[in-house]
Design a protein around this ligand. Structure first.
Ligand SMILES: NC(=O)c1ccc[n+]([C@@H]2O[C@H](COP(=O)([O-])OP(=O)(O)OC[C@H]3O[C@@H](n4cnc5c(N)ncnc54)[C@H](OP(=O)(O)O)[C@@H]3O)[C@@H](O)[C@H]2O)c1
Length: 352
């Protein structure tokens, strides 16, 4: 099979570098175009990018010249976007207008009523919004978004519980890694030996996005009806490099014994596993039994960073169950999530 040519917008950033890393030797996609700001445009990627990953920069991309993000510079069906939120919105629209599929990490279009907010294990049916989006906006391309990093981690753990018992209410507190703020991100003097109990707009994102993700696609209205679950989030930034940790309390609609809850988390499988998409983990949720796991330094890279690792699953005196979860925020929370979205789009015929 010939590989599809893809581009990366925001290729020099934290998420952009993960895209470059994950796309090296990908069986379906090959990087043909890299874009970033005017600060990087015109330079070779090897010179423009302050590479921060432990694996070497792939040779293939090192000599590609970074461009400003303008459609038409390469002949391929798809761009991944790791642009900052302040610029992503209009740039992604330009690419969709020019017939590209855009798979975005940015928050700009996540809550647009005609844009899928996709987690392939949970709401692949929301891809039906693409047709309505193309008709309404008069473009042949499309925009598909992946959720906020903390939202993805939470939703993967809630998905089996919603499927088997129903989720009525959720309380979640996050301890988010510094890499979630991009590069150079939070100043070291603010975060070392410290915790910052505020991440702008993050709590609202978790609350709104979760209800959209679990929402019902109403065929007649071509729209998503948000899930009625109650959800309340608090978010903090902690001096961890990679890996967002969350403490979660869930009130189920139907009560269930603890071992049934654990079984449901452990056995959860969905469409990506059925289709055998290249980036899919065997099971999207891993349950640990040790009392002191998961930990970011030890567990963030489990299953190539593509899973939510759940631990300390136990009864809660106020709700049905409580647990701790961990996710690799720049892989399953960002570039890996977008890559899985693109693989689903390809498998379902949206990319030619
Ligand atoms: N980091 C995470 O864990 C994470 C998780 C989920 C979602 N996200 C989202 O992913 C996006 C990227 O985040 P990040 O952490 O990778 O940020 P980052 O490290 O700050 O990287 C930003 C990228 O955008 C480019 N850029 C900035 N201004 C631009 C402009 N005016 N025109 C064109 N390109 C421009 C930068 O290029 P230069 O290098 O040339 O400046 C860089 O490539 C954000 O929307 C963020 O909210 C991040």
């Amino acid at each position: 099979m010939d590989k599809l040519k893809v581009g990366i917008l925001g290729a020099t950033g934290t998420v952009g570098q993960r895209f470059v890393q994950l796309l090296e030797d990908h069986p379906w996609f090959e990087v043909a175009y890299l874009a970033a700001s005017e600060r990087s445009a015109g330079k070779r990627y090897g010179d423009a990018c302050a590479w921060k990953l432990p694996t070497p920069m792939p040779e293939r991309v090192r000599s590609l010249v970074v461009q400003e993000p303008k459609p038409g510079a390469f002949d391929g069906p798809l761009v991944f976007s790791g642009l900052t939120g302040d610029v992503a919105g209009p740039v992604e629209e330009e690419f969709a207008k020019a017939d590209y599929g855009v798979v975005s990490n940015a928050s700009s279009h996540r809550m647009d009523p005609d844009v899928p907010l996709l987690i392939p294990e949970i709401n692949p049916d929301h891809l039906q919004l693409i047709k309505a989006q193309q008709e309404k906006r008069g473009w042949k391309g499309f925009i598909v978004t992946n959720p906020n990093c903390s939202t993805i981690a939470l939703c993967l753990a809630l998905a089996p519980l919603e499927r088997e018992f129903g989720v009525e209410k959720v309380w979640v507190s996050t301890m988010q890694a510094v890499s979630g703020a991009g590069y150079p991100g939070v100043p070291s003097l603010d975060i070392l030996g410290n915790l910052i109990p505020y991440i702008p707009k993050e709590e609202q994102k978790i609350e709104e996005e979760t209800r959209k993700i679990f929402g019902h696609f109403a065929q007649n209205a071509n729209a998503i009806e948000p899930h009625p679950m109650g959800i309340s989030a608090q978010t903090t930034r902690v001096p961890v490099l990679e890996g967002h940790t969350e403490t979660v309390f869930v009130k189920l609609r139907e009560e269930a014994p603890l071992d049934e809850i654990k079984r449901s988390l452990r056995e959860f499988k969905a469409l990506p596993q059925e289709l055998g998409l290249p980036s899919t983990p065997e099971c999207p949720v891993v349950v640990r039994e040790e009392p002191d796991r998961p930990q970011p330094r030890l567990d963030a890279e489990m299953e190539r960073g593509m899973v939510t690792v759940v631990g300390r699953v136990r009864p809660c005196p106020l709700t049905s169950v409580k647990f701790v979860l961990l996710e690799h925020n720049t892989i399953r929370g960002a570039a890996g999530a977008a890559l899985l979205n693109a693989e689903l789009l390809k498998a379902q015929g949206y990319l030619q």
